[in-house]
Every structure is written in structure tokens, then in C-alpha cells.
Design a protein around this ligand. Sequence first.
Ligand code: COA
Length: 155
Amino acid sequence: MITAYEITLAEVADAAAIAVLSRDAIETGLSWRWTARRVLRSILDESTNVAVLRRDGQLQGFAIMRYGDEEAHISLFAVRASQRRIGLGSALLAWLEATAQVAGIRTIKLEARAGNAAAKSFYRRHGFTEAGLSPGYYEDVEDAVRMVKRWGPEG
Ligand SMILES: CC(C)(COP(=O)(O)OP(=O)(O)OC[C@H]1O[C@@H](n2cnc3c(N)ncnc32)[C@H](O)[C@@H]1OP(=O)(O)O)[C@@H](O)C(=O)NCCC(=O)NCCS
């Protein structure tokens, strides 16, 4: 079971570590698009939350979620490989869902690589359903599966 961890909004100084984790955990086999500069733009963007999860002061996971008027969109989400399957991803997702709910948002959408069985299983476990495929979404290397979670009266 997990021990102490904290989830907070990222600081400017986290941008480089987040970018490296994105490259290693998410963008494997693709161009490195989420560079430190792009992550920094998200940290500074008022419509985006960049959340980081730390254990013993070490960054072990992060998520980037954009807020629209009625929907939120998870752009990136990862837990360091050595720290998986102990509930950290679930804690981070719960944090994102809570912030969305506080903002009055009832829908979260995301895309995952169609071959990413772990991610699909993780999101299904948390109430997301598959809403279709986007062919060639990842640089024509791989399709995306679109996933969605809705809650509230029509959810
Ligand atoms: C997907 C990911 C974020 C899950 O994080 P995590 O901290 O390992 O998740 P949790 O420990 O909270 O897992 C919760 C549940 O999700 C499901 N799950 C998580 N990883 C799984 C895997 N590899 N295979 C099957 N089910 C999995 C399980 O039901 C798990 O519960 P259990 O451990 O009791 O069986 C992590 O594997 C990751 O960072 N992957 C690489 C990046 C990525 O794919 N990001 C998502 C798309 S952007």
C-alpha cells in the first residue's frame, strides 16, 4: 500500500522533470513534443492544471489537464515506472476529478494510445468508457482510443 505522498500544482522548477517523464513514459517511439518549454507554458496557463505527485520530495507522477467551460481534457498523465501499481495514479486521478467537480465540470475526456493496455485498464477501472478511435492520432504511428467519463444528472 502507498505511504506518504503529496499532490500539488506544479512549480516552474518542475517543468524539466515533467518533460523527461513524459518523454520516457508516454512519448516512447514518438517525437518529444512535450519539452520543458511546452510544459512550462501549461504550468503558466490559467486554463490548465499541471499536477505533480511527490513521495519523499521526489516527483513520481504528474498530470496535465485543460479546463473548458463544460469539459476537462487530460493531455498527459504518468507515474514513474518504478512506482506503479501502488495506487499513485488513482490518487492523482482522484485529485483531478475533485478539482473538475469543484469547477462545475461533469465530463473528462482523454486519448490514449490504442495499444496501451495498462492505460485503458486503468481508466476503465475508474469509470471511463471508450468513445471511439482516432486513426493515426499519434504521428501516424499509432491510433488513439478516445475515453470519456461523465457524472452528474446525465452522467
Ligand atoms: C496508467 C498509469 C498512469 C497507471 O498508474 P498506476 O499508479 O500504476 O495506477 P494504480 O496503481 O492507481 O492502478 C489502479 C488500477 O488501474 C489498473 N491498472 C493499472 N496499471 C495496470 C496495468 N499495467 N495492467 C492492467 N491494469 C492496470 C488496475 O485495475 C489497478 O488496480 P490494481 O493494481 O489493484 O489491479 C501508469 O501505468 C503509467 O504511468 N503508464 C505510462 C503512461 C501512460 O500510459 N499514461 C496514460 C496515458 S497518457
